[in-house]
Design a protein around this ligand. Structure first.
Ligand SMILES: Nc1ncnc2c1ncn2[C@@H]1O[C@H](COP(=O)(O)OP(=O)(O)OP(=O)(O)O)[C@@H](O)[C@H]1O
Ligand SMILES: [Mg+2]
Length: 275
């Protein structure tokens, strides 16, 4: 038998307490000065996945405290399995915390039933997935209309808003195409147009450039930067340090906890232009 400690034992020997409120006070201070009202406030948020027999399978989030303000551009980073997608699903109200409190734009997700939560989510959040998730049978223009359809908007309004949103991402000339007739980068642009068509408060993206080559990925990042410059709040998961440096703040997860939360060079230069 090997005497090497296994990975689990190593993990257990490391400090495992949540950082707690105030642990990243400097970042909080800079953000409070730079950005608007808190749109995302997590306090002690946990997410536990259970086995069918009721025993704990995985504690994917173990006490996350995080505030994100209107107008921020934040990267969520961390190793595979650290809880990034779980956190994004929580932020996007696709899932609910097992414990702790989540305020989305000041409202407690726990106080809403599934129907009102999904309506609230539709109004507040645009979500972009790594795998685009477009509907192949629909045209580009119809794909972008889908969230408005769920909001029972009239057909005329759906169409005009869809066209406007596609114009914003530079696809005004591709309205009648099907997704398969587009490049990967164009498909991701359609997905972004779909996320923006409802005028959300926050744009959330889980590895939006993960399935794209670096040049196409760069064009998506450029689009995000333009949206951010117009005041859109953007939260993006990425594995890529270079991509994260385009954001103004990086939140790193480790084993379901916030390991670090710091401004990037870009964020610091905005906060302290003369510093
Ligand atoms: N539906 C689920 N049921 C059980 N465990 C899950 C489920 N979804 C995720 N997990 C577990 O929760 C932990 C966090 O997963 P998550 O998908 O959030 O990681 P991630 O940081 O997004 O990783 P990646 O970079 O690979 O996408 C992992 O250990 C994963 O196996
Ligand atoms: Mg993930």
């Amino acid at each position: 038998m090997s005497t090497e400690p296994n990975a689990h034992a190593i993990a257990e020997s490391e400090p495992e307490t949540p950082a707690g409120p105030g642990a990243f006070a400097e970042t909080e201070r800079l953000c409070a000065g730079l950005y608007g009202r808190p749109v995302v406030e997590l306090t002690g948020v946990e997410k536990t996945y259970y086995k069918p027999d009721g025993s704990v399978m995985v504690q994917a989030l173990r006490g996350v405290d995080l505030t994100i303000r209107e107008g921020e551009y934040v990267a969520i980073m961390g190793a595979s399995g650290s809880g990034k997608s779980t956190l994004m699903n929580m932020l996007g109200c696709l899932d609910r915390p097992s414990a702790g409190i989540y305020l989305l734009d000041g409202k407690n997700a726990r106080d809403m039933d599934d129907e009102s939560l999904s309506k609230f989510r539709g109004e507040k959040i645009g979500f972009v997935f790594q795998a685009f998730n477009l509907i192949p049978q629909l045209t580009v223009e119809e794909n972008v209309e889908v969230p408005l359809f769920y909001q029972s908007k009239p057909a005329k309004e759906r169409k005009s808003r869809s066209e406007k949103s596609l114009g914003l991402v530079g696809l005004g000339d591709r309205l009648d195409h099907r997704p398969r007739e587009l490049s990967g980068g164009q498909q991701q642009r359609v997905a972004i147009a779909r996320a923006l068509v409802t005028d959300p408060v926050i744009l959330m993206a889980d590895e939006p450039t993960g399935n794209l080559d670096s040049k196409t990925g760069a064009s998506i990042l450029k689009l995000f930067e333009q949206l951010h410059a117009k005041g859109m709040t953007i939260i993006m998961v990425t594995h890529d340090d270079d991509i994260a440096e385009h954001c103004e703040r990086i939140v790193r997860l480790r084993d379901g906890l916030v390991e670090s939360d710091a401004m990037t060079a870009l964020g610091r230069s905005r906060a302290e232009p003369n510093g």
